[in-house]
Design a protein around this ligand. Sequence first.
Ligand code: HEC
Length: 452
Amino acid sequence: MALTGIALAVILAAGRSPQSDNSLNAAGDGNSMGAAVPGSAFLALLPDGEMKRRFIIDCTGCHVWTADLVRGPGGEVRDAGAWSASVAKMIRMFGQGTGFPIISSWPDPELLGPWLERHLSVEPTAPVIAPELLPVHAPELVEYEIPVPTDLPHDLMVDREGRVLITGMYTHRMYRLDPAEGSFATISIPVPNANPRALDIDSQGRWLVLLGAPGSVARHDPATGEWESWQFGAYPHSLDIGADGRVWWNGHFTVDPEVIGSLDPATGVVTRYVVPRASDADVPPGESTIPYGLRIAPDGRVWATQLRGGRLIRLDPKTGEIRQWRLPSRHAGPRRPDVAPDGMVWIPEYAAGKLARFDPISETFAEWDVPIAESLPYVVRVDRSNGRVWIGTGHADVVVSFDPTRETFTVYPLATQGALIRHIDIDEQRGEVWSAYGASPGVPSKVARLRP
Ligand code: HEC
């Protein structure tokens, strides 16, 4: 059977020199996760329902729920009091009214504490990946450790020369990886506390780097070494460049008004579009829907998601018209979508554990369960050469692909435990899928190349 002995050639680039050990990955026999219990196994202990989905949206975006987090420092089981204290601390750090208000007003330490104690005090079982889900041919996986292991490689893009540009969100700089050498160049951004998160490359090979805390975008021309930047006046989350060169972005925490914006770098003009608050929003008044992913379709229309609002949004740049659709699953947690060459919009339903497809002609959704329970599908990218949909997961230490014609999934295990994949880029020319992952605190950050 194709599966026994599936060997992922794992080359772990420690520091600067990639070493090949050609070892089997942690899966060992190829059809179980081996000793490594991914975060998905702990989340699977929590009972399904609205509470779990809301918990996933509020509490899994920064750190993976592996044993290191779920158990205390000495490996002991946390009790309700300890859980409540951690929830209260997280709310103080990242709740409403803080500088990074990603946690909603929903988590109640007194409710979550006993709930977490009740369900997480038992040992989880590592999920077994069904043999038919594993790839038929042995893929090659190469992982590269980021020079500063505590940095957060948020987004990555392969440039024309096949080098990989990576945003170093915590060290405020860019990395450029030469995959053949396994070496990283470091490029500083001339903006204090630049906080680079999202990234795109324009038609002239210039980098557009979205700067979170400064509320701006910076453009770098690698040919001249020059940087320029433009202010948005809001913490931006995602960006994409239109065929006309306009840069589109969304305001991560904007609320009343919630903003999607564009920038024309030729004139410096920033235009803001207001996304009306849906009457059935899953978010109390005054609180952000958490504007999230944003992608431009082949016809130039802008598609975006709301992580907490649970909606898909379409903006027509020609008319400024905005339309919205509710994702089919409640508290779906749509994160980073993509638009296929045929115009279909593919959306990872992070908290619902599904892959959704929206047909803009019939205005209907289809949904598929992503095979590993609580894998937390985070980001989707469509391979433009063959229509295959790639999914980076937040909690299962796997990359997943979906064949829209056969409606089948394939699961590619990573060698790292606690890999919270926030971004992927597909290099169609070289047939490679690149992922960036790291988790705060504690998991050394990496980027990985998969040759499926
Ligand atoms: C914006 C990122 C972020 C979010 C969202 C987040 N955490 Fe944390 N979490 C952290 C960081 C950073 C630490 C380390 C804190 C420290 O060192 O004091 C941490 C630590 C923890 C710890 C370790 C024990 C402790 O108290 O330090 C637990 C448990 C935890 N978080 C649970 C949660 C829960 C429950 C939620 C949802 C209510 C949550 N986290 C949401 C970033 C986050």
